[in-house]
Design a protein around this ligand. Structure first.
Ligand code: UT7
Length: 419
């Protein structure tokens, strides 16, 4: 941690009194890249059909990051939107936790890149690796930082560029996933509210049910691992489905129980957006109608760690969450992991739309190395899709980023947030 980290700062809030410290959601925001990959597009790539995908998953389309977009750049847009919604400055953030399974690099952390891109000079920044449960794990960790008095404002992000890790000849996986980012700001308060109950589980017997075989220390990247396609996501769909339907409801119930509530007390569930059939099974398991489940997977597919924060931001901005509502965020993923937080909502939902409008992708700049010589990151299978014009009204893509000296990049970086 740096000299200016919140742990050493004299301004750091410390648990001097015995009074509980609550972690409220004070900001939220999301970003989805402009380009759309439809089921009809996938019909042209693999032996599948719109009818099969919609009936088996509920997914109609997903977003694809443009060549100049990355996990860090999308995360930075969502983060600045969440910070603007919270009505604070980037430098008010003490800790940045970024959940992803598709980091920009193995090192540094993507959270470190986001810290610079949003114009924060003082936060501790790190990534969270818990696959699709990562955002919920990050949320729980952020709450713990606040409850312990080690931080006042924690930025929790879920961001993914999954389309660069998919085999577009494998119909089992390539139809499911998409790109995007979502973020919340957790703020310390003495008044009750925010996260009331948390549950997290990890079941390593599921370790190889969803995994990415090569690129790590066990199988370092080589021409052979690439020839074998071992740098793509692999998945045992049926086993994963069974785990999800078994675990999501029980994990949510455990968090609700810790909050001293019953499932009928929950106004809205915000589940991981993996498959509509899984979400329906959760509703059935909890004996709740589907209108208590927020669903947006038809538009984005499964964005892994980004799915819950994107859904949360959309649910609030669509008026589905009111002050005083009890909501549950719940996810499952590779590991096998699962996690849930029962939350009492305390922020004015109206703030979210202004926060979104205040930040465009052009407001962030993720600095590249000085002598960066990039390759085109777009998979061959998506080249035609990415060449198409995007529909008006969707988020405009980031400006091309230009390699530069740190000082130069800093001078050019636009972190000012406008309403
Ligand atoms: O964040 C966690 C990420 N993972 C998940 O959430 C995955 C959870 N699992 C699932 O969502 C579902 O298991 C899938 C959507 C992946 C698959 O649905 P399913 O109902 O379990 O299908 P299945 O694997 O049992 O396949 C049924 C049939 C098979 O053909 P046969 O053997 O019956 O002839 C598959 O080969 O459907 C075939 N199939 C497809 N057909 C058209 C599999 N994928 C496709 C496809 N298009 N994309």
């Amino acid at each position: 941690m740096s000299e200016t980290s919140p742990i050493r700062s004299p301004a750091t809030p410390r648990p001097t009194s015995g009074a509980p410290r609550y972690a409220h959601v004070i900001g939220w925001g999301s970003y989805a890249p402009a380009q759309v990959l439809t089921n009809a597009d996938l019909e042209r790539m693999v032996d599948t059909s719109d009818e099969w995908i919609v009936s088996r998953t509920g997914i109609r389309e997903r977003r694809v990051a443009a060549a100049h977009e990355t996990t860090a750049s999308m995360a930075a847009v969502a983060s600045l939107r969440a910070i603007r919604t919270a009505g604070i400055e980037p430098d008010d953030i003490d800790v940045i936790l970024l959940a992803t399974l598709t980091p920009d690099y193995w090192m540094p952390s993507t959270a470190a890149l986001v810290k610079e891109a949003i114009g924060n000079t003082r936060a501790a920044a790190m990534d969270v690796a818990a696959a699709c449960s990562g955002f919920v794990y990050g949320y729980a960790t952020g709450q713990a930082y606040i409850a312990s008095g080690m931080a006042r404002n924690v930025l929790v992000i879920g961001a993914e560029t999954l389309t660069r890790f998919l085999d577009y000849s494998d119909r089992n996986t390539c139809i499911l996933f998409g790109d995007g980012a979502g973020a919340v700001v957790l703020g310390a308060a003495d008044t009750p509210g925010g996260g009331l109950g948390i549950e997290m589980t990890t079941e390593p017997e599921g370790a190889y049910m969803i995994w990415l075989p090569a690129g790590g220390a066990k199988r370092p990247p080589s021409a052979e691992t690439i020839a074998r396609g071992e740098h793509f996501v692999r998945m045992e769909g049926k086993e994963t489905y069974r785990f999800a339907t078994r675990t999501l409801a029980s994990t949510a119930l455990a968090a609700i129980d810790r909050a001293g509530l019953k499932s009928s007390d929950i106004d809205l569930f915000i589940p991981h957006q993996a498959n509509i059939r899984i979400i329906e099974a959760v509703a059935k398991g909890l004996s709740l109608p589907m209108d208590r489940m927020f669903v947006n997977l038809d538009k984005y597919g499964n964005t892994s760690a980004a799915s819950v924060p994107i859904a949360l931001a959309e649910a609030v901005n669509q008026g589905r969450v009111k002050v005083g509502d009890r909501i549950v965020i719940v996810a499952f993923g590779a590991g096998f992991t699962s996690g849930a937080v029962a939350i009492e909502w305390t922020a004015d939902p109206e703030r979210g739309r202004a926060g979104d409008a205040a930040v465009t992708p052009a407001d962030v700049h993720v600095r590249l190395p000085v002598d960066w010589d990039s390759v085109d990151p777009i998979p061959d299978a998506l080249a035609a899709v990415m060449g198409r014009p995007v529909a008006p009204g969707v988020d405009v893509p980031l400006d091309d980023v230009v390699p530069g000296e740190p000082e130069h990049a800093r001078r050019d970086r636009k972190t000012e947030i406008r309403v």
